[in-house]
Each structure stands twice: as C-alpha cells, then as structure tokens.
Design a protein around this ligand. Structure first.
Ligand code: PLP
Length: 426
C-alpha cells in the first residue's frame, strides 16, 4: 500500500511501538552509552547500526529525515543545519578540487555565492547556464571532469521553473547526477525524482518549517544513480575510504544508501553542520501540515498575482500560475497542483515607488525571509542587492522596481485589500 502525500506528511518516518510516545521524541543527548568497547568498535566500523554521537546521527533527526525521504520518494535522507549546508554537501560529496559542476544561473543568491566564490576557492569550477538554454548549449557546458548538474525547481527569487526532465536527460548523457533544490515547490507540489532527478536538497527553513521558527536543510537520495557504472568519475563512492576504515560505500550500502552514508560518515563527521534535535522536532510539526498549508499559500499566490496583473500601477507580474507567464506551460507539466506563494512584480515609478509602496503595507512585513505563514515582502534593490547600481541590477535579473511578495496563510481578501490601499497611497 502506498500512502498519499498528505498521509506521509502526517505519519511517515516514525511508527511508535506499543506504549511508545505518539509524537516523535526529542533525543536531547550529545552521546549514547554502550556496555562494551567491542560494541562501540563495530559502530565505528559501520558494521552495526546504532547512535554514538549526535554530530553524526541522532534519532530525532533520523525520524524527520526519513519523513522527507518518503515525501520525495527517495531511499535515504539526512538533515543539515541549513539549506546552505545541504547544497554544499550535495555537491562536495561527489566533487573535489580539480572537478567541475554545471549549474543553472537562476538559483538562490546564497547558493550562487557558495558555488561561484567559496567552492571555487576549494578548487571546484562551476559553469552557469540559463535554465532556458538549448540542449546544445547545455551539452557544451559539460567537461570530462564534470561531476554534477544543479538547478532549482522554482528559482528564488527569479521564479523560473526548471525543465527537470530535460536537465536530467542532459546530466545522464554525461554520466552525472542531476541535483535539484526543491525548496519552493516542496514535495507536495513537485517530486523531482519522478522526472529523473537523482538528488534533492531543501532549505527546510522555508515552507517545510513554514512558521519562521528554525533554520534547517535536508538532502534526499533517489537511490537510482548508478555510481558503479561511472566508477572512475566517483572514486569517493566506489573505492575504499581510507579515512573511514577502508569502507567502499557502494559495496557496503548499495546504490540506495551509498550517497547519504558517505555524506554522514565523512562530511558530517568533518564539517559538523548537524541540525539540533530541537529544531528537527519543530520542523516535523511544520511537515505535519505542509500539504494543507501549501494549498493555501498557492491559492493566495494565485489571487494576489491575478489582482496585481490587472492593476494600473503595476508594470509587470511574475507568477508561473498566471496564463501568459513565460513559465506557465512548463509549470503546467511539473506543478499541476500549484507552485508556491511567492509572487514578484514591478511597481510603476521604479525604485522609489516600490520602496514607498512597501512602506504603506500593513499586513505584509518587510523581511529577508520567504515562504512563511505570515506574509512578508522584500525590495531587493534597497536591501539584499543594495550594493548594485541599476545597470548591475538589470544584469542580475533583479530590476530596481522588483518587489518579492511571499503570500502567507492569511485571507487573500485581506492581502489584496492591503496591497490595494498601499498602491492608492503612491
Ligand atoms: C533560502 C534558500 C536556501 C538557503 O537556505 P538556508 O536555510 O537559508 O541556509 C537555499 N536554496 C533556496 C532555494 C532557498 O530559498
């Protein structure tokens, strides 16, 4: 029996035994006790399952990672301390100094900086391609040392929609996995594995938590990418890890478990970006209502986008649920039940008008956050991107008049009335 996405949101990942807690227990302990050193040794050799230190694994985190893996239809998952850590691990687990990665240019600014600046300093080169590039342009970006292709289902903040199937085919033509950051869509609205993606990442800080309560991230493996077939490209997975007692991850843990076990045993051990069990518990509360909340976020996004598209003081609106949006068709394929609650638009009058408009909003709060229960909005030109002049902003795809508006769970009539009165004031 295969449960629907709503049942998985509520129940997957943790099945209490007789007389055990109904809600997942918070195992607030750094360490775990054993009766003999011999037993402990087996854990260190990965010969026995068990917890020994929360930097590597913790039961609370594992329940929640298992739920997200079930939601995505993957074989294994791990929680990380943030979305940044998840995206870093997803690439660094298979690429090292001297390697190359192809990534969509329409990605979160923090991820772009991680790839183009920080990971470049680690000796990993990135080539960025437009999500709308042709197959020929995509193929031309690959090199013999390319180890992965990366993109976002719905890009933050560009709101472009990735043609996942086409990108997966390109990755597989070149013998590498497609890694998809599925933060904005969530597995409720899109499951990239069903379209050929191999690894999925999340900033759980956004809709999954959904209440602005805890920063976190997650990586899920589909278990489908055949590392052995391209063994010479991925020696870290297919040859003995001398830093971990000579274990060969694909041999010992199979295709279903190799990627996440390596990320845990090696990267979490060395970098330590573990999520706290308290935050994992809070994240799980968010996941229990994710399917209910996403529907409301999308209804509000659609209503606000439709209202804005008809308003005389609005220059342009981007929302893939609007017929006529450049990504409407591709969204119909990958996001038939809705996309997300984030709408971007331009206010007539440019930078000054956008700033003035936001100052008059009463329900929407000005925040750098998105994908929260409470509606929030941001004027990138005067905040996150304020170091850029108007020309540089246009080049980055962020026009000076752009307002990013993240619809929360309030009544759409109230959001629209608030936007309407603020536009009347300018
Ligand atoms: C916010 C975000 C991230 C970074 O996540 P943090 O939890 O803030 O570290 C990565 N990808 C996307 C698409 C995001 O929106």
């Amino acid at each position: 029996m295969s449960n629907g996405i709503g049942t998985k949101c509520v129940q997957a990942g943790y099945t209490p035994g007789n007389g055990e807690p109904r809600q997942i227990p918070i195992v607030q302990s750094t360490t775990f006790k054993y009766d003999s050193s011999a037993h402990m040794g087996k854990l260190f050799d990965l010969e026995d399952n068990g917890y020994f230190y929360t930097r590597l694994q913790n039961p609370t985190n594992d329940y929640v990672a298992a739920k997200i893996a079930a939601l995505e239809g993957g074989t294994a998952g791990m929680l990380t301390s943030s979305g940044q850590a998840a995206n870093f691990y997803s690439i660094f687990n298979i690429a090292s100094c001297g390697d190359h990665v192809v990534a969509s240019s329409a990605i979160y600014g923090g991820t772009y900086n991680l790839f183009a600046v920080t990971m470049k300093r680690m000796g990993i080169d990135f080539t960025f391609v437009s999500p709308d590039c042709t197959d020929e342009e995509l193929d031309a970006a690959f090199k013999p040392n390319t180890k992965a292709l990366f993109g976002e289902t719905i890009a933050n903040p560009a709101l472009t929609v990735l043609d996942i199937e086409r990108f997966a085919q390109a990755a597989h033509r070149h013998g590498v996995p497609l890694v998809v950051d599925n933060t904005f869509a969530t597995p409720v609205n899109c499951r990239p594995f069903e379209w050929g993606a191999d690894i999925v990442t999340h900033s759980t800080t956004k809709y999954m938590d959904g209440h602005g309560a805890g920063v976190g991230g997650c990586i899920v493996d589909s278990g489908k990418f055949d590392w052995n077939k391209y063994a010479d490209k991925f020696p870290g997975l297919t040859t003995p890890d001398e830093s971990y007692h000579g274990v060969t991850y694909t041999e010992r843990f199979g295709l279903e478990g190799a990627f996440i076990t390596k990320a845990t045993a090696q990267l979490m051990r060395d970098f330590g970006s573990i999520q706290s069990p308290q935050n994992a518990f809070i994240l799980n509360l968010g996941l229990e209502s994710l399917h209910v909340r996403m529907r409301r976020h999308c209804e509000n996004g659609q209503a606000v986008a439709e209202f804005l598209s008809k308003h005389p003081k609005i220059n342009w609106v981007r929302y893939c649920g609007l017929p006529g949006d450049p990504y409407y068709e591709v969204a119909q394929k990958y996001l038939p039940n809705g996309s997300c609650g984030v709408v971007s638009f331009g206010v007539k009058g440019g930078r000054a008008a956008a700033e003035a408009f936001m100052g008059h909003l009463k329900i929407a709060a000005i925040e750098t956050h998105v994908a929260d229960a409470r509606t929030c909005c941001l004027h990138p030109a005067s905040s996150t991107h304020r170091q850029m002049n108007d020309q540089e902003l246009e080049a980055a795809g962020v026009s000076p008049d752009l307002v990013r508006y993240s619809c929360g769970l309030e009544d759409s009539a109230d959001l629209i009335a608030d936007i309407s009165q603020a536009l009347d004031m300018i």
